[in-house]
Write a protein that binds this ligand. Structure first.
Ligand code: ARG
Length: 461
């Protein structure tokens, strides 16, 4: 059993089972670098309020630096029985700096320290999540540029709906991930606020220059209420919400590509590098990479809901329940970043076979809306156009005729509103597609502009 950061008030030691039950070192050791960074800044703050001499501060900071230099060794925490990473660091400080270490916790509480460390760790983690998201966006744009003119059927209800360009489809995901980057940045802004100086809950009794500490640690602002600091995990939930939307988008992308690479669709080829086989069925080539990403979306949501529910009934301010935040937050971040990286690798290992989706579009009635809209451009009220186009679809289905097989005469005989130009409109889904020239539409000109814009947006994102 290690010395605790408290003890005077207790006559007996802790029950061994409770001691083990309550320790968090085995997971909050991930915060050690943040703890050292925050503690060094706190030592400087203690010097500025006259608690440490310059020499004492130097001794303490040098000891923290020495711990930082050794703490990434693989077995560094082996055998440690400290209650948490904060207690561990103070024990190490005592070993290295001697009795002066006893001054380091003056006017500081672990309640604010845990908030500070988590915020420092999360700032870097959010940046890593943003970088991983941007790398995926770049891979999606490369995929779009590899087949800039390919046509696929777009789906609603998983039924062929209207023809779209392949880059238009990929740019839909680009937009989702662009919003994710925005949300991650918002989470970063709420995280990037200095809690130090809040004490346990009531504010420190030492006259710290909190804005100066914020500057020292690169925080954009200081928190405004000490009770809020001890009680708050909103910043962790904000990040987890943003991470969950990333995962939601990755999961839907995975589902799409699992379908599109199946024998039933056959559009996408997934390379051997991101697929697995079956131990029994020799012919199988399974999209396990994408399935795992889809699966982990559930896990990351579980982490979010676990922390949310942990927080929801807590009385102000700090309660030990809040120690449960870290495993959820750490796992959510690790899974999200690794899924982003995995999806980027899949995106670089996928090949579109453009003739297959193009044929799927041509063989179906994805042109039906174009027919109705062309009739309306010629003056027929839309409800009548819709009905007429629907009747032609039904006729085609019943007579086993594909849209591309109708001659001008047959169309005219079916209804005099069908002028000869409808033959091409039915034959080639690209014709109708070209009319969707609004910004955000799937016409080749709109998509080319959107793709160009996306490339420059990504550079400045
Ligand atoms: N290890 C704790 C946590 O992660 C911080 C310690 C604060 N503990 C306390 N009893 N005030 O939340």
């Amino acid at each position: 059993m290690q010395d605790k950061l408290y003890g005077g008030r207790f006559e007996a030691g802790q029950d061994q089972y409770f001691e083990k039950f309550s320790e968090s070192l085995h997971f909050d050791k991930l915060l050690i670098e943040a703890d050292l960074t925050g503690s060094k800044a706190f030592a400087r703050a203690l010097e500025s309020v006259g608690i440490l001499t310059a020499e004492e501060r130097q001794t303490i900071v040098a000891a923290f630096d020495a711990i930082a230099a050794e703490c990434s060794a693989p077995n560094y925490f082996d055998g440690a029985t400290d209650e948490d990473v904060h207690s561990f660091v103070i024990r190490k400080l005592k070993e290295k700096a001697g009795p002066v270490a006893d001054k380091i916790h003056t006017g500081r509480s672990r309640n604010e320290q845990v908030s500070l460390d988590t915020r420092l760790w999360l700032r870097t983690t959010i940046e890593a999540t943003v970088d991983a998201t941007k790398a995926l966006m770049a891979a999606l744009l490369d995929l779009a540029q590899a087949n800039p003119h390919a046509v696929i059927p777009g789906y609603t209800h998983l039924r062929r709906a209207q023809a779209v360009l392949w880059p238009h489809y990929l740019l839909a995901y680009f937009e989702m991930f662009a919003r994710d980057v925005e949300r991650l940045r918002q989470a970063h802004a709420r995280t990037n606020v200095l809690p130090l100086g809040s004490g346990a809950l009531a504010g420190s009794a030492f006259p710290f220059d909190r804005p100066a500490i914020a500057k020292d640690l690169g925080f954009a602002a200081i928190t405004r209420n000490s009770m809020d600091v001890s009680a708050d995990r909103d910043f962790a939930l904000d990040y987890m919400h943003a991470a969950n939307l990333v995962m939601l988008h990755l999961s839907r992308l995975s589902e799409d590509w699992i379908l599109y690479s199946s024998e039933e669709f056959g559009w996408l080829d997934l390379s051997d590098g991101v697929t697995s086989g079956s131990s029994l069925m020799p012919q199988k080539k399974n999209p396990d990479s994408l399935e795992l990403i889809r699966g982990k979306c559930g896990r990351v949501f579980g982490a979010y809901s676990a922390l949310f529910l942990t927080m929801k009934g807590l009385p102000l301010t700090y309660n030990r329940d809040m120690q449960e935040d870290k495993e959820q937050l750490f796992d959510a971040a690790e899974q999200t970043i690794s899924c982003l990286r995995m999806t980027t690798i899949v995106a670089r290992n996928v090949t579109l076979k453009p003739e297959i989706p193009e044929q799927a579009a041509a063989e179906s009635w994805v042109v039906a809306t174009d027919i109705a809209e062309t009739l309306s451009r010629a003056g027929l009220p839309f409800h009548q156009s819709h009905k007429l186009a629907g009747r032609l679809v039904l006729h085609g289905i019943k007579s086993g005729k594909l849209p591309g097989e109708f001659t001008a005469e047959e169309l005219k005989a079916f209804d005099p509103n069908f002028t000869p130009d409808f033959v091409d409109l039915l034959k080639d889904p690209r014709k109708g597609m070209a009319t969707r020239v609004v910004p955000g539409g799937t016409s080749p000109t709109s998509v080319a502009t959107a793709l160009k814009e996306a490339l420059t947006r990504l550079e400045t994102l």
